[in-house]
Design a protein around this ligand. Structure first.
Ligand SMILES: Cc1ncc(COP(=O)(O)O)c(C=O)c1O
Length: 424
């Protein structure tokens, strides 16, 4: 990911949105050893290396089972299927997420329906979920919850722990419990994120609270493979067994197929690479939290910028550092000209995507997600991001705001002060 091309001469160095090279160079010796081992054993698919990673990742998440699969999308699809969702069921989720969330729901044969997000955390709004369950559903004669929108039974909810911060799981689990819904976490962006459960009186990790959860190890994730990979986590042995069977052509024993399944297994090389990187994940997550705290400190006083909100019950792992700003296009353009990479996660809420025209949602149906999508921008965030790079990013952001006549904010000079005043 090289953004150094085309940067004006006056800019000493570009700052990438994400530096994927640095961690791989740092771990080069360990990682190449994985390839050597695989070549010498020819154990390419499944086997002890995959099982070792599965045990390691289950321990990291605080669950009894982790099942490695070929991507986060597969993980979510298999978790939804193994969690008991039947074809034709409605699965509730948020419109402010990557499309893989709803692809997995559709590919499991179910129908996604949307609940709006919380204005501050950008995750599923508990209030909106409650309203949906109470006002947009009815019960049929057998007591099944039926969506008024589609006339189909609602059986599951998929909260997404977006940007590395967990959704309000105690409340979601309580509502789901009251209405007989299964909760499957989309934890694809939240490896190691924590939530303080009042119900259990302890911090709990992403992937350990729902019936099952899905993780992605796409290269840019907090824990990323050197290719495609994912995992399902669960404390339910029967869900784990079903996922294992589904990922391997529906067979519990070689050539004895209980159901038609998929080829969703993980390569041993990717598992070995992930196992090597897993040892560094806690440190990398802590570095991301430090970087986020530094951005917050530098940007918080500026009224034109809305920094991420981390409730007291959350310890986010900042897969992305996302701010909100009115003139998003102007600012990203300005940052790009200064050689600073940014991202927009995500510009169009799913209910308004062409792919979901058949679901018949309209502009205005999910107003918070729509409003947020127009203003968010993701700033450079990765564990190796230096303080100097951060100061430069913030300096360019503030210089842009300085040039905006309407914005009320702290001047770019603040940044020079901040650089001096920064605690050791
Ligand atoms: C929220 C979310 N869900 C699901 C996925 C799907 O993961 P993968 O790309 O590994 O299939 C991703 C990955 O980008 C994601 O961010």
């Amino acid at each position: 990911m090289n953004v150094f091309h085309g940067v004006p001469n006056s800019i000493p160095k570009g700052i990438p949105f994400l530096d994927l090279v640095a961690p791989h160079v740092e771990l080069e010796h360990e990682l190449t050893e994985v390839f050597r081992q695989a070549l010498h054993t020819a154990g390419f698919v499944g086997g002890p290396i995959v099982e070792e990673f599965e045990r390691g990742f289950a321990t990291f998440c605080g669950v009894s089972h982790s099942i490695a699969v070929s991507s986060g999308t597969d993980a979510l699809r298999l978790a939804i299927m193994a969690g008991g969702v039947q074809p034709g069921n409605v699965v509730l989720t948020v419109p402010h997420t990557f499309i893989a969330t709803t692809e997995a729901i559709s590919q499991a044969g179910a129908l996604p329906e949307f609940v709006d997000i919380d204005e501050h955390t950008y995750n599923m709004s508990v209030e909106m979920l409650q309203q949906f369950l109470e006002n947009q559903c009815t019960k049929d004669k057998s007591g099944k919850l039926i969506s008024r929108r589609s006339g189909r039974p609602v059986t599951a909810v998929v909260p997404v722990h977006l940007y590395g911060q967990m959704a309000d799981m105690d409340s979601i689990l309580r509502l789901a419990g009251e209405h007989g819904l299964t909760v499957i976490e989309d934890a694809c962006q939240a490896h190691g994120a924590e939530y303080f459960s009042k119900k259990r009186n302890r911090w709990m990790r992403a992937g350990s609270m729902g019936r099952a959860a899905a993780f992605s190890f796409y290269p840019g994730k907090n824990l990323g493979a050197c290719g495609e990979a994912g995992a399902v986590t669960t404390n339910d042995a029967s869900v784990a067994d079903k996922v294992k069977m589904l990922r391997d052509h529906g067979q519990a024993k070689k050539y004895y197929h209980e159901v038609e399944g998929y080829n969703g297994r993980l390569d041993a090389i990717q598992a070995g690479l992930l196992q090597a990187k897993l040892a560094h994940l806690t440190k990398w997550n802590a570095q991301r939290r430090e970087r986020a705290a530094e951005y917050n400190r530098l940007l918080a006083k500026n009224e034109a910028v809305t920094i991420p909100h981390e409730p007291s019950w959350s310890r986010a792992v900042y897969h992305l550092y996302v701010i909100r700003i009115d003139d998003r296009a102007g600012m990203t353009d300005h940052l790009q000209k200064a050689g600073i990479g940014t991202g927009i996660h995500y510009p169009i809420p799913l209910h308004l995507q062409k792919a979901y025209a058949s679901l018949n949602y309209r502009v205005g149906d999910l107003p918070v997600a729509e409003r947020i999508a127009a203003k968010i921008v993701s700033l450079p965030m990765f564990p190796q991001l230096t303080i100097e790079q951060q100061l430069r990013v913030v300096q360019v952001v503030l210089a842009f705001l300085d040039s905006e006549p309407s914005s009320k904010h702290v001047s770019a000079e603040f940044i020079e002060l901040a650089a001096v005043e920064r605690p050791p």
